[in-house]
Design a protein around this ligand. Structure first.
Ligand code: 1GP
Length: 247
């Protein structure tokens, strides 16, 4: 089974799936293996690894450390073409569809494609859509693109339909890491109504209750990052998993 199929089957079996985003710059080497183990025991369905900026020289070590301590998929969520490694199970092959910056729609993808091929890494084509969320986020600043207006679900739907017709395997509605406001439920519901492509939602989700709202609105995957850097306790992860898994 491919990693894409594994992720989808977890989401289908549980009603939705819970993904934890790991920023290699923010991990504490000593407690990290335990964190991965207890996250897995708490019911996490997969790990994403990456960031808008990865300053530390530990990207690959970080992936190895996760792989050593879990059996669930470990997928690269690249912030740049530097973030590619054969140690991962797959890579989200992102195209920043909400933006109009050709470099992030097709430029970096062309640079990365031969590297991914050589590594025999599974590429999961993902239409990445930034959504306005209050203050400027790192993703917005670094990509030099304008996010989708948060009060215009119809614009998000048009982008999602375009993504579906082009053939993307996943849609990612992203408020940005540490976003002031997460993606609005109205937008998630509108996108889920008109597009059958599985939907990932992330950015600024700080409570299990908020995570559940995203699932109820139509998210097939919910991602949390920052909040676990503040409180990475097994209890909180369990609460997130229980809120996201409808069954
Ligand atoms: C994943 O960027 C998000 O889509 C993660 O956001 O760090 O705010 O949870 P947080």
């Amino acid at each position: 089974m491919s990693t894409y199929e594994t992720l989808l089957s977890s989401s289908n079996a549980r009603g939705a799936a819970y993904l934890i985003l790991i920023d290699p710059d923010k991990i504490d080497g000593n407690s990290f293996p335990k964190f991965i183990q207890h996250s897995t025991a708490a019911g996490v369905d997969g790990f994403l690894v990456g960031g808008s900026l990865v300053l530390a020289d530990t990207f690959e070590d970080c992936i190895r450390a996760i792989k050593k301590n879990t059996k669930v998929p470990v997928v690269i969520f690249p912030g740049s073409v530097q973030q590619i490694s054969k140690e991962a199970d797959a890579i989200l092959y992102l195209s920043l569809l909400s933006g109009r910056n050709a470099e992030h729609i097709i430029g970096s993808q062309v640079t990365a494609a031969p590297i991914i091929k050589k590594m025999k890494l599974e590429a999961i084509s993902t239409a990445y859509m930034l959504v306005e969320s209050g203050k400027t986020t790192s993703a917005e600043f670094m990509s030099n693109t304008k996010p989708l207006p948060r009060n215009k679900p119809d614009i998000a739907v048009a982008h999602a339909l375009a993504a579906e017709y082009i053939g993307f395997k996943l849609l990612y509605l992203e408020a940005g890491s540490g976003a002031e406001h997460s993606v609005p439920e109205e937008m998630i519901a509108a996108v889920a109504k008109y597009s059958s492509v599985p939907l990932i939602v992330g950015g600024g989700i700080r409570t299990p209750d908020d995570a559940r709202k995203k699932v109820k609105a139509g998210a097939k995957f919910v991602v949390t990052g920052n909040i676990l850097e503040k409180d990475g306790s097994k209890d909180l992860i369990k609460e997130f998993a229980a809120a996201i898994h409808l069954r």
